[in-house]
Design a protein around this ligand. Structure first.
Ligand SMILES: *Cc1c(COP(=O)(O)O)cnc(C)c1O
Length: 238
């Protein structure tokens, strides 16, 4: 397998899914989920034209930033973010996709204010209501979006979701449609249709996410191959 060949194959599938949904493939951003892949793999993906790279762990991202792994592409943070690590992320990434609680939102605002910047963010929706997953419940997301609007140092660009792991293919289509309805509703009622990012879909289900309106997909395995986790650390599995 080659990263370049894999990206080309994913782009073909993105284009097919977009066309089937009557959408323009150019409106779909491809984010490479590069956790557990080294700086060389990140550079290969950037050379092959990936639109952005997304990282899950602050420590790993810091190490790869020090190696200039992301030069040439925007960097996103897509993993669970602890409040005490916000300082290492704000201002270092173009977009924090995984803002899933009010305290985290407040901490990002605080750090961005200190730096004198406006940090782009997405709010994460826990669409499956899973205990172990972070994110706002679907019923809370509108209130959270309203609150984000009052914070001068964050700019809410849209929503992100990681639905439950599918047991059968196509299972998450209804979850994606549900998040799209929330996105459209909040966009109209609170944000004057300025939202431009609906981030949903991973290697196993990104065509379904596109058919349900995703403007951004986060693809790891289908680009970089299977990740090998150290036996003692499973936190990167979602
Ligand atoms: C790892 C990860 C992905 C990509 O998952 P794959 O199934 O490998 O494509 C997407 N989003 C998030 C938040 C992830 O942690």
């Amino acid at each position: 397998m080659s990263i370049r060949g894999n990206i080309e194959a994913v782009r073909v599938k993105i284009a097919e899914a977009a066309k089937a949904a009557g959408r323009d493939p150019a409106e779909i951003t491809l984010v490479g989920a590069s956790k557990m892949n080294d700086a060389a793999a990140c550079r290969e993906a950037i050379a092959a034209g990936i639109d952005a790279l997304g990282e899950n762990r602050v420590q790993e991202m810091a190490e790869k930033l020090a190696e200039n792994a992301y030069d040439g592409a925007p960097l996103h943070f897509i993993g669970h973010l602890q409040r005490n690590k916000v300082r290492q992320v704000v201002g270092k990434v173009a977009l924090i996709q995984s803002v899933g609680s009010d305290p985290l939102l407040d901490e990002i605002e605080k750090q961005a204010e200190k730096l004198g910047i406006v940090q782009d963010i997405l709010l994460e929706v826990n669409v499956g209501g899973e205990e172990a997953k972070s994110g706002f419940a679907p019923g809370e997301i509108s209130t959270a979006a309203g609150r984000a609007k009052t914070l001068p140092h964050v700019r809410l660009r849209g929503l992100m979701t990681v639905p439950p792991i599918e047991t059968t293919s196509g299972e998450n289509l209804t979850n994606f449609q549900k998040v799209n309805r929330l996105y459209v509703d909040i966009n109209q009622k609170l944000y004057d249709n300025t939202f431009d990012i609906l981030s949903m879909g991973m290697s196993g289900d990104y065509p379904d996410a596109i058919s349900a309106g995703a403007t951004m997909v986060r693809v790891g395995t289908a680009i970089f191959g299977h990740r090998v986790y150290p036996a003692t650390n499973q936190e990167g599995t979602v």
